[in-house]
Write a protein that binds this ligand. Structure first.
Ligand SMILES: Nc1ncnc2c1ncn2[C@@H]1O[C@H](COP(=O)(O)OP(=O)(O)O)[C@@H](O)[C@H]1O
Ligand SMILES: [Mg+2]
Length: 293
């Protein structure tokens, strides 16, 4: 080490983990202390319906009587505010913290969209800033008592997924959303590997857009191929949590800010989400470990 002026040794470099960082981690832990299950929703690929699944699953769990929150951590396409009917809401900061906005079915929502002037504003933030925004929000949001907090992420296993895994204490597990096709199967394998590396339990795979049922004759067409979910379950030992139909109600309802369980309560999609939610609760109550079984 080079000596400083006057023969004195140079001062040591600043600590890599300044006390402020420890403070942030502790604050996040305290803010989340009333949250029972912290679940991240992942996908290796965009457009497979991750946000759709998050919004509908949140509303389904809320309808079953659970208290549910959603944290929308997709900087490039924050969708939760629109899908849960609270687009245009503003976050209000109080001395004691920030309260989430109450959306459809009573789901508590924090979305990056609340920080942007409008939906069209592009967000060009780099990794460290995204991490800072996550820490800033998570150390200030007052979630209160929640049974579930779902984290909606952008596609892939990039900065955001890593940030969540590293900043959120005691992540209960991850759900991986996919569509039945080979490319998607590879994406699931990647997500599974990611979970393993970060020590986040993989709760299971949700196969979205699995089939389309003709509204006239009831015949089923498997548009993106068949059996991928089962194949993944068999070959990778990852639990298939459910298969969701391709349903025109989905886009229509969510565009109106009403998740399917509220807007089309008798639909096949609503029933599929109810089954999925029940299965998830069962797994969590048993301990949630491992994606297989
Ligand atoms: N099961 C489904 N049936 C019909 N449309 C769907 C279904 N799931 C998703 N979509 C539509 O597909 C598009 C992409 O879904 P989205 O949830 O935004 O994907 P991601 O969050 O994975 O990028 C949206 O327009 C959504 O309405
Ligand atoms: Mg999305």
């Amino acid at each position: 080490m080079a000596a400083g002026q006057g023969g004195k040794p140079a001062p040591p470099p600043p600590a890599l983990t300044p006390p402020a960082q420890v403070g942030v981690n502790q604050q996040i832990r305290e803010r989340l202390s009333g949250v029972k299950y912290r679940i991240i929703v992942l996908s290796g690929k965009g457009g497979v319906g991750k946000s759709t699944v998050t919004a509908n699953l949140a509303a389904t769990l809320a309808k079953m009587g659970y208290s549910v929150g959603v944290f929308d951590y997709d900087f490039h396409g924050p969708a939760m505010a629109r899908m849960l009917g609270v687009l245009g809401a503003q976050l209000q900061a109080f001395p004691m913290g920030i309260f989430p906005v109450t959306g459809a079915a009573g789901v508590k929502v924090i979305s990056l969209a609340f920080l942007l002037p409008d939906e069209k504003t592009p967000v060009i933030w780099r990794g460290p800033l995204k991490n800072k925004a996550l820490q800033e929000l998570m150390s200030n949001v007052i979630w209160g008592q929640l049974d579930f907090l779902l984290f909606d992420l952008p596609p892939g296993t990039g900065d955001e997924a890593l940030n969540i895994a590293q900043n959120i204490p005691d992540v209960t597990g991850a759900l991986v959303v996919t569509i039945p096709s080979v490319v998607s199967q590879v994406a699931v394998e990647k997500s599974a590997e990611f979970c393993k590396q970060l020590n986040v339990p993989l709760l299971g795979v949700i196969e979205n857009m699995s089939y389309f049922r003709c509204p006239h004759c009831g015949e089923i067409t498997e548009i993106f191929g068949s059996g991928a979910g089962e194949k993944i379950a068999e070959e990778e030992g990852i639990r298939l949590l459910g298969r969701l139909p391709l349903d025109p109600n989905v886009a229509r309802c969510l565009d109106e800010g009403r998740p399917v369980p509220l807007c089309a309560p008798e639909s096949e999609t609503t029933r599929a989400f109810e089954e999925l939610a029940k299965k998830l609760v069962e797994i969590l109550e048993k301990g949630g470990e491992g994606g297989s079984g």
